[in-house]
Design a protein around this ligand. Structure first.
Ligand SMILES: [Zn+2]
Length: 683
């Protein structure tokens, strides 16, 4: 690009800094959908507003103090002589600060907050102060570690470019909050002065491997933000892998980089967060280039995730060892890794695939991760976090692992504290995931009590008001108010789990409602047109594919987007042995009730069950009719709310009672349910 052209691209980009959302897809040639800015959607009193308030009032402030207390800020200050403290934290710890910064910026995009603004400005100053004149920026590879910079080993496992990727994302969020390119300039200086002159595909330069993918998606976003093509090309080169670097088959599988992305066929064995961050970067690259080989690979990997590798909670990563995907259908419950960052990565990836395709199956996966495997990662008070999110738990089995101390599943701090600020930035950016625009009109992805104040791609201003108690109630009323009447399409999402849905416009039913699709409603929209959506909130009993050995003979429950679990505090018998002796009556009824004072307000499910009397011997002969069981019921709570009370056993997959004759659950059988009273889900 010529200097004049680059100038034009930059100045054009600089005019619309407030107009961009989580991603800037405004010029992406292969994006079917465009982002809506975070500030355009205000969450009103409802499910996510409570989480958002906790995040702003408690999580982000306490994490700021924790980052200070654990030396993460001093790591930067010492490089400009403003601290004498020794460096603390693991090699990737700069990224914790960058993720916090990004989250704080998303908060400021929604609301003014002078204290937070001051903290953001302070962090921007200390980051700038830590940069070397040659552009280099990383607080670990200094002093005795200078010689390790970008060595092959450091590239593979040292998280140098991973940290820079998070720095760029924080810088872009700061730009979209303030209009200041100051921090983007710091990132560009690293790339243009340090990295690109010495590293790249040319024979005169040394090769790059991303090691822990993350830089790819941030380079594409930097390209979108600056218009500078070299950043997109660099992302493409890294995604392609450099043949000059040799890696072992295990590294290629686990690190998910180093070979052409388009030759990937599966996720098995991959470090879950690495693999899905690579998929995010590859989707971003596709959105800009339209390379069909990328789309083909992304579809293949998405099907692998959906059909063989994803937990019902949207969590990913079966193995604690290596934090990796397991074999196909290997989905252990108690040993599940399901790192919070993995569910977040899945949400981020599905958001990009949705932008590329407009296909509602990606929204379903995104929503599943958001309400369950992501939401479980933060405690209800917003002050402690899960690194792992297992689907079964018993305090007596909890041995801890590399990151999580024994018996302490939720912690305020981790030595590798990747998940807490990742959760914070995700919840802070959530308003940006509710809607998209396209040249046809407006897409509605998520439901909650909220207001949209934005514009169509025609330039016409539009307001939407959603009134709902979703996810506790399936009735959603949406008032659509364009500034001037206009013919366009509203794409209404019908979730895949909603078997029986209805949509009306101004009281008149709309035809063609199908689960797992967007219902296009093309008409002339005028002020105060009203869409009424009715979604199917009957509790559903779910079984897993027979190939998932751990779930054989078990069922899970889901109501709307919320996956349920059975946790000790709610059962009459709470000890480990008794918890294992409950079984769900296949023919039983599931009833729902809203409990305003429990776990910040939840719909509780109750289902009839048998409680078996555990015998004395380890093994005994199974004889028909000799199993002693008493009739009881189990109480089921949303999975995301578990581990917020006494530390007691929990299970998502519960044994199904076989004593009533049939050993099988018919696939697609209609569960019975009691309708939720319409006024039962108030805050
Ligand atoms: Zn993490």
């Amino acid at each position: 690009m010529s200097g004049a052209m680059a100038q034009t691209a930059t100045s054009a980009a600089s005019e619309n800094w407030r107009d961009q959302g989580v991603l800037d897809l405004s010029k992406s040639p292969y994006a079917r959908l465009r982002s809506v800015p975070v500030h355009a959607v205000s969450l009103q009193d409802g499910f996510w507003s409570r989480r958002r308030r906790t995040n702003v009032d408690d999580s982000i402030p306490t994490m700021r103090l924790a980052l200070e207390e654990h030396g993460r800020m001093d790591n930067f200050r010492r490089l400009s002589g403003r601290s004498q403290a020794a460096r603390r934290g693991r090699i990737a710890s700069d990224s914790d600060v960058y993720k916090w910064l990004e989250g704080a910026c998303f908060v400021l995009q929604s609301q003014e907050n002078p204290d937070l603004r001051g903290q953001v400005e302070e962090i921007v100053t200390i980051i700038k102060g830590a940069q070397e004149p040659g552009g280099y920026l990383n607080t670990y590879y200094v002093d005795d570690h200078i010689a390790e910079r970008m060595t092959p080993v450091a590239q593979e496992t040292g998280h140098e470019l991973y940290c820079m990727g998070h720095m760029l994302q924080g810088a872009i969020a700061y730009y979209r909050t303030t209009g200041s390119r100051e921090l983007i300039g710091v990132g560009q200086s690293f790339l243009d002065k340090f990295l690109i002159p010495a590293y790249g595909p040319e024979n005169t330069k040394r090769p790059i491997v991303s090691g822990h993918p993350e830089i790819e998606m941030s380079l594409v976003e930097l390209y979108r933000t600056t218009g500078e093509r070299r950043y997109l090309d660099l992302a493409g080169y890294i995604l392609q892998g450099d043949p000059r670097i040799t890696m072992t088959p295990e590294q290629i599988s686990n690190l998910y980089c180093g070979i052409p992305f388009t030759t990937r066929t599966q996720l098995e064995g991959a470090h879950a967060v690495r693999a899905l961050y690579a998929c995010c970067g590859a989707t971003d690259y596709y959105l800009e280039t339209g390379d069909p080989a990328y789309l083909k690979t992304l579809e293949l990997l998405s099907a692998d995730l959906h059909d063989r590798q994803m937990y019902i909670t949207g969590g990913v990563g079966a193995h604690s060892q290596g934090e990796s995907f397991g074999d196909d259908y290997e989905l252990p419950n108690a040993r599940a890794y399901c790192e919070s960052c993995g569910a977040i990565a899945s949400m981020m990836w599905n958001w990009r695939l949705l932008a590329a395709t407009g296909d509602a199956r990606f929204t379903d996966m995104m929503e599943r991760a958001l309400y369950n495997g992501v939401n479980s990662g933060m405690s209800l008070d917003g002050k402690t976090y899960c690194y792992r999110n297992p689907l079964a738990y018993d305090p007596s089995w909890d041995t801890g692992d590399r990151h999580t101390p024994k018996g302490q599943l939720r912690n305020a701090w981790y030595d590798t504290t990747c998940c807490p600020p990742n959760l914070e930035r995700t919840f802070a950016s959530l308003p940006g995931y509710f809607y998209s625009t396209s040249k046809e009109g407006l897409y509605i992805h998520l439901y909650d009590n909220s207001d949209l104040n934005w514009r169509l791609e025609s330039g016409n201003s539009i307001r939407l008001r959603q009134t709902t108690r979703y996810p506790w109630n399936g009735d959603i009323r949406i008032a659509v108010t364009p500034a001037t009447p206009e013919v366009f399409t509203v794409f209404v999402r019908i979730p895949g789990w909603s078997g029986n849905s209805s949509v009306k416009v101004n009281g008149v039913p709309v035809k063609g409602v199908r689960a797992g699709t967007y219902l296009p409603i093309a008409r002339q929209w005028s002020a105060n047109d009203v869409i009424e959506i009715g979604l199917d909130m009957k509790p559903q009993m779910i079984r897993a594919n027979q190939a998932v050995a751990e779930d054989t003979g078990r069922v899970a429950f889901q109501r709307g987007p919320v996956v349920y679990c059975m946790e000790g505090p709610d059962q009459t018998r709470q000890d480990s042995k008794s918890m294992a002796a409950y079984s769900i009556r296949e023919s039983g009824e599931t009833t729902s009730r809203f409990e305003a004072d429990l776990l910040d307000g939840v719909v509780v499910l109750t289902h009839s069950a048998d409680l078996h009397e555990p015998g004395e011997s380890l093994y005994e002969r199974a004889l028909p009719g000799e199993d002693v069981a008493s009739s009881t019921s189990v109480e089921l709570m949303p999975y995301y709310s578990w581990a917020n009370r006494a530390k007691l056993p929990m299970q998502v997959w519960i044994p199904l009672d076989h004593s009533n004759g049939s050993r099988s659950v018919a696939r697609g059988s209609e569960p019975t349910a009691e309708p939720l009273p319409s006024n039962s889900a108030g805050e």
